[in-house]
Write a protein that binds this ligand. Structure first.
Ligand code: ADP
Ligand code: ADP
Length: 217
C-alpha cells in the first residue's frame, strides 16, 4: 500500500525545511503545493496567474483549483509508493478530497505530523526566510544561514525573499491559517493520525523527533 504523510503546521513552522530533510530517508517524493504554485508563476501558466492573485495577499487559492492540481501531481509515476505532502491540505474540503482520492489509489493518510510553533516565533521565521530560485531550498538569515550569503548551499543558485514573506502579508497568512486550517488539527486527531512535534527546537532535533514519530514499515 502506498504511504501518504501530511506535514501540517502554520506558515513558518518548518514544514518545507523538514520535508527536504526527511523525504529521501522515507523514500517519498516531497510535494509542496506552494512550490507547485510558484513554479507555475515562474513559467507564466494560467494556473500561476490565477494563484498569484491569492498568494500575493496571503489568501488561499480556491479549493477546486488546488485539489485538481494535487490530484494531477499524485497520479505521476514517482508517487506510486506514496508522497510526503507539505502545505496540502489546508482546509477541511481539501482534506475530504484528499481522503477520497487516496481511497481511489488504494491508500489513505497514514500520519499527520503537526509541527507546532508558538505564533510569536512565526513572523521572525518568515521575514528572515531566504529561498533558492532553482529548487526552493530554504534558509534563514540567522537560524540557518547559507555558507555564502545570497547563494544556495546545494545548487549555488540565487537566494531571494518571497514577496509574501513581507510582514503585512505574513500577518494575514497566519490569520488565514488559524481560521481555515486550524480545524484540521481536530479533523486528523479524530482520525487517529495526528502526531504533535515541538517545532520550536533546533532544525536537526525536529528532524529526529519527526522520524521517531513516524510509523516505520
Ligand atoms: P514552512 O514550510 O512551514 O512555512 P519553512 O521550512 O520554510 O516553513 O521555515 C520557515 C523559516 O524558518 C525558514 O527560514 C527556515 O530556515 C526557518 N526554520 C525552519 N525550521 C526551524 C527551526 N526548527 N528553528 C529555527 N528556524 C527554523
Ligand atoms: P508557507 O508554508 O510559508 O505558508 P506555502 O509555500 O505553503 O507557504 O504557500 C504559499 C501560498 O500558496 C499560500 O499563502 C497560498 O496562497 C498558496 N497555497 C499553498 N498551498 C495551498 C493550499 N493547500 N490551498 C490553498 N492555497 C495554497
Amino acid at each position: 500500500m502506498p504511504a501518504y504523510i501530511v506535514l501540517f503546521g502554520p506558515p513558518g513552522a518548518g514544514k518545507g525545511t523538514q520535508a527536504q530533510a526527511i523525504s529521501q530517508k522515507l523514500s517519498l517524493p516531497h510535494i509542496s503545493s506552494g512550490d507547485i504554485f510558484r513554479e507555475n508563476l515562474k513559467s507564466h501558466t494560467e494556473l500561476g496567474k490565477l494563484a498569484e492573485t491569492y498568494m500575493s495577499k496571503g489568501n488561499l487559492v480556491p479549493d477546486d483549483v488546488t485539489i485538481a492540481m494535487i490530484r494531477e501531481r499524485l497520479t505521476r509515476p514517482d508517487c506510486k509508493n506514496g508522497a510526503l505532502l507539505d502545505g496540502f491540505p489546508r482546509t477541511v474540503a481539501q482534506a475530504d478530497a484528499l481522503a477520497a482520492m487516496l481511497a481511489e489509489f488504494q491508500g489513505g493518510v497514514n500520519a499527520v505530523p503537526f509541527i507546532n510553533v508558538p505564533e510569536a516565533v512565526l513572523v521572525e521565521r518568515l521575514t528572515g526566510r531566504w529561498t533558492c530560485r532553482a529548487q526552493g531550498h530554504i534558509f534563514h538569515e540567522k537560524n540557518n544561514p547559507p555558507r555564502i550569503a545570497g547563494h544556495c548551499d546545494f545548487d549555488g543558485s540565487e537566494l531571494y525573499q518571497r514577496d509574501d514573506d513581507k510582514v503585512e502579508t505574513v500577518t494575514n497568512r497566519i490569520r488565514v491559517y488559524f481560521k481555515q486550517s486550524g480545524p484540521l488539527i481536530e479533523y486528523y486527531r479524530q482520525r487517529g493520525v495526528l502526531v504533535e512535534v515541538d517545532g520550536a527546537r533546533p532544525i536537526e532535533q525536529v528532524t529526529e523527533d519527526l522520524l521517531a514519530a513516524l510509523p516505520t514499515e
